[in-house]
Design a protein around this ligand. Structure first.
Ligand code: NAI
Length: 269
């Protein structure tokens, strides 16, 4: 049986992924702000360092896979915090755990991005560049300034939508750039991303309202399948990417969004 790390394991997609892996008998080290084996705030430098140290201690320095799922949505008031949690927390933890993934001989990492990286027109290229340059302080300042300059009609509904979409585009680009470097690819550590669409989790319902009031056909983005995703729909693909048999895919961004991205960008390939 294998040993996996799942961040964001206390809720939504992370909880569903942890449950799926545990049901197969694997050891799952959950990481979250609460209700997890490793309690840590991945939005802070100290939290990331402490989480990595504890995970390496619990795993003995060898990991079969990491599912980096912890994250926040566009309704978080602080745009700076969105960048720190969704981008910098994810990158820092994966970089710290890469040697443990390499030690297994067939390490797998999967990251949760979002289809908002390509479907939300408020992506901030300057913010994406700051993130990819590893400039957390600069990104935090830029995110807050951009948020302050955004029309109040938008920020009243989704205060951090620009930072959110930018954090998810940055993480998808980081995955594609990083997966092909020798430190990952030639160590047998595969790194992929999933870009979910609207999935019924506490995060999404916190910004859109009750599940019974939601109508896929009335959603702001096209929903070709006419349904919302469930956490298990994402957990299914998380599981596939973590399998040793998934040996020839790295640097991929898989849209699991009921067809939204294809409907909005049919010719993107
Ligand atoms: P959720 O709110 O149900 O679960 C997220 C988990 O991450 C929570 O348990 C939370 O405590 C944890 N978390 C948040 N900040 C953290 C921090 N600083 N340190 C450690 N843990 C932290 O949300 P959901 O929907 O399952 O989200 C999972 C991922 O999917 C997130 O990265 C989110 O941005 C992304 N996503 C969600 C979509 C949706 O429609 N639900 C759509 C696209 C992407």
């Amino acid at each position: 049986m294998a040993t996996f790390v799942v961040t964001g394991s206390a809720s939504g997609m992370g909880a569903a992924s942890a449950a799926r892996l545990a049901a197969e008998g694997h050891t799952v080290i959950g990481v979250d702000l609460r209700d997890a084996q490793v309690i840590a705030d991945l939005g802070t430098l100290e939290g990331r360092a402490a989480a990595a140290e504890e995970i390496l201690g619990l795993s003995g320095g060898t990991l079969d896979g990491v599912a980096a799922i912890a994250g926040v949505g566009p309704n978080l008031p602080s745009a700076a915090a969105v960048m720190s949690i969704n981008y910098f927390g994810t990158v820092a933890l994966l970089e710290a755990l890469r040697p443990a993934l390499a030690a297994s001989g067939a390490g797998r990492a999967v990251v949760i991005g979002s289809n908002s990286a390509s479907t939300v027109p408020l992506v901030d290229d300057g913010l994406v560049d700051l993130a990819l340059a590893g400039n957390e302080e600069g990104a935090r300042e830029h995110a807050d300034a951009a948020q302050a300059a955004m029309p109040a009609e938008i920020t009243a509904i989704v205060p951090s939508i620009g930072a959110y979409a930018s954090s998810k585009l940055a993480i998808a680009r980081w995955v594609r750039r990083t997966a092909v470097t020798p430190e990952w690819a030639r160590q047998g550590v595969l790194l992929n991303a999933i870009a979910p669409g609207a999935v019924l989790t506490p995060l999404m319902l916190g910004s859109t309202g009750r599940e019974e009031d939601l109508d896929a056909d009335g959603f702001p983005t096209p929903m070709p399948l006419g349904i919302f995703g469930r956490p298990e729909d994402i957990a299914f693909w998380v599981h596939q990417f973590l399998k040793p048999e998934a040996r020839y895919t790295t640097g991929a961004v898989l849209y699991v969004d009921g067809g939204t991205d294809a409907a909005m960008r049919p010719d993107a390939q």
